[in-house]
Design a protein around this ligand. Structure first.
Ligand SMILES: Nc1ncnc2c1ncn2[C@@H]1O[C@H](COP(=O)(O)OP(=O)(O)OP(=O)(O)O)[C@@H](O)[C@H]1O
Length: 297
């Protein structure tokens, strides 16, 4: 079990992480989302013992972060982590395996990260996406109970990205906890079974992607109308939060699509090509974080 208990960390006046409390369960794949500066990297640094909280505690499997890392229970892939200069990919992976208390075979690690063909290349001569795969290999050098990934797929091409997530699913399937920070909301939607939204260091939302979308409330309704379009009548529809008319096509956002559509028919119009769709995680994220920004203004 991985737990933050009332953890805070400030840089001068900036509260990067503010009274964060949460627990991660085994086998869970968790996405950490938040706008720039929300505190994601700081939270991961606290989790990995790279920074010390000003107050509160971080516990990993019953110990502090350092002890858990020394015991090989944590694999991490950080954003900027420089790879050692002057060594080859194979040498670096062998070193990571040698340092891990429960290592996999280096050949296995190379193959899993899709870098077997890069084994003899120097790590300081790799492309961005290749270097990212090497970091991925280092994070999965041994059997860790927690895998922490900071924007893991940045710079990866589509195939690498798919292979990467397949491996992460496999790892989670073996009971490991996978925690990743990302700005790719589609990826969070597809890969995570739990989504955490951080905003100004605080946990704004915690749930499945579906729950977060539902919490952001809105649904999109679109349809075409024949004849004159009565905008004031449309604008007065219940639960409407946005209205856009373009030519014959009307697009509505509603916090209760059933009630809005019901009232729409009540106007005596005949909407054609009616579509009701949920918001994507990206739109839900924007709705949640902008609402929070507005509150704090
Ligand atoms: N070393 C530091 N010194 C001073 N302020 C810092 C430092 N590191 C982070 N901050 C500030 O703390 C806040 C949280 O930053 P953090 O890097 O944790 O956010 P993030 O969610 O990872 O952002 P991004 O999405 O941009 O990577 C920001 O306001 C940032 O400017």
């Amino acid at each position: 079990m991985v737990a933050f208990d009332q953890v805070s960390k400030a840089y001068d006046a900036v509260r990067a992480v503010d009274a964060l409390t949460l627990a991660l369960r085994p086998g869970e794949t968790v996405a950490l989302l938040g706008p720039n500066g929300a505190g994601k990297s700081t939270a991961l640094d606290l989790l990995l013992g790279l920074k010390k909280p000003d107050s509160g505690t971080v516990r990993l499997f019953g110990t502090g972060p350092r002890e858990a890392i020394v015991a090989g229970r944590v694999g991490a892939m950080l954003q900027s982590g420089g790879l050692m200069d002057g060594v080859t990919v194979a040498e670096l992976v062998r070193l990571a395996c040698a340092l891990h208390p429960k290592p996999y075979r280096p050949s296995e690690v190379l193959a899993r990260a899709g870098i077997a063909q890069l084994a003899d290349r120097r790590v300081d001569k790799l492309s961005g996406g290749q270097a990212q795969r090497v970091r991925f290999a280092l994070a999965t050098a041994g059997e860790s109970d927690l895998i922490v990934l900071d924007e893991p797929t940045t710079g990866m091409d589509v195939t690498t990205r798919q292979a990467f997530w397949a491996t992460m699913r496999e790892q989670a399937g073996q009971g490991r906890t996978v925690l990743f920070a990302t700005h790719y909301l589609e990826e969070a939607d597809a890969a995570a079974d739990r989504v955490l939204v951080l905003h100004r260091g605080r946990l704004l939302a915690d749930g499945t992607a579906a729950e977060i979308k539902a919490r952001a409330g809105a649904r999109r309704i679109s349809f075409d109308l024949e004849g004159a379009i009565d905008r004031p009548a449309l604008r007065a529809l219940p639960f409407l939060t946005a209205l856009d008319v373009s030519g014959r096509t009307v697009r509505i956002r509603s916090s209760d699509a059933d009630a809005t559509v019901h009232a729409l028919y009540g106007l005596g119009v005949y909407p054609r090509n009616l579509e009701v769709a949920g918001l994507g995680l990206e739109q839900a994220f924007v709705a949640l974080t902008t609402a929070e920004e507005a509150k704090s203004r």
